[in-house]
Design a protein around this ligand. Structure first.
Ligand code: MG
Length: 292
């Protein structure tokens, strides 16, 4: 092993350990908790005002329903295939999310709630050999106490934790947990995952990376950062460092104050009564304040 390889190995296995835990098909799983008959049937949840599909169970994905599909386009398919369709219920999802994060905080006080169904946990204080067992324990507890299935990815940086989560979700043999702070797993997976699966690589940046000859995540890790910085700015360069185990994205334990907030609604029909308008404006303004 060269000196550079040894240093990389040290950073991967001997540095920080962040876990990214996320709820599988989260909104659909929340609906399933309250109706056992939904357990094995395809389920989707629609966006505000029932516009598009924003959550799909594995069974719904297998029918070809894509994220963001407008409901009017898939209504026929849903009816023919017996897909159970739900309007979104953010009060329910927010409540389930709070319960799940309370379970995470029992394991470690350092939790960043990244989105309604994703949290980063700092597991650095745990021995490496105990981390997978801990992750399995947290998964089992969340499942038992809330009914929500989860996957756990562990890595020395946020980017690697997110990648580990993707691997945990897509490789059934891993049983929902992937630990990339394990140097052998890190070596094994990075050269097998396409760079397009990486957090932050989107439709705009993928062709630029491919033009540089990058195919796998390992290719990106090993490339000279300068041309990547040119093509993808400092964001691309940061990705390379994160893949090498150098943390560029810290854990945000205190949520940033929101700069703006909107609760938008429209009326279902023409409103001609002043009292009705006043009542609606007051109700929506109150909701906006509560969310902020
Ligand atoms: Mg999810």
């Amino acid at each position: 092993m060269s000196g550079a390889d040894a240093r990389l190995c040290d950073r991967i296995g001997g540095g920080r350990a962040l876990a990214l835990i996320d709820g599988n098909s989260f909104y659909c799983s929340c609906e399933r908790v309250f109706d056992a008959r939904l357990a094995r049937v395809p389920v989707i949840v629609l966006s505000n005002n029932d516009g598009c599909a924003i959550a799909r169970t594995a069974e719904a994905k297998a029918l070809g329903i894509k994220m963001g599909d407008p409901y009017f386009k898939i209504r026929g398919l849903c009816e023919a295939q017996g897909v159970r369709v739900f309007s979104s219920n953010y009060t329910l999802y927010g409540d389930m999310s709070a319960r799940i994060n309370a379970i995470y905080r029992d394991a470690t006080p350092d939790v960043e709630v990244y989105s309604i169904d994703e949290s980063f946990l700092d597991l650095t204080a745990f021995m490496r050999r105990d981390r997978v067992a801990l992750a399995r324990d947290i998964r089992a507890t969340v499942r038992a106490w809330t009914g929500i299935p989860t996957c756990v990815g562990i890595g020395p940086t946020k980017t690697l934790a997110k990648l580990a989560n993707h691997i945990a979700k897509t490789v059934p043999e891993l049983d929902g947990v992937c630990d990339l702070t394990e140097p052998a797993a890190y070596e094994h997976w990075l050269c097998r995952i396409h760079v397009g699966e990486l957090w932050g690589v989107g439709r705009a940046s993928l062709p630029k990376l491919e033009a540089l000859g990058i195919d796998t995540v390992a290719d990106l890790r090993d490339i000279d950062p300068r041309p990547v910085r040119k093509a993808l700015t400092v964001v691309g360069e940061r990705m390379i460092h994160e893949l090498r185990g150098v943390s560029c994205l810290g854990l945000e334990l205190v949520p940033a104050r929101r700069k703006g907030c909107a609760v938008t609604r429209s009326f279902s029909g023409r409103v001609t009564e002043r009292a009705e308008l006043e009542q609606a404006v007051a109700a929506h303004a109150t909701r906006g304040r509560v969310r902020q």
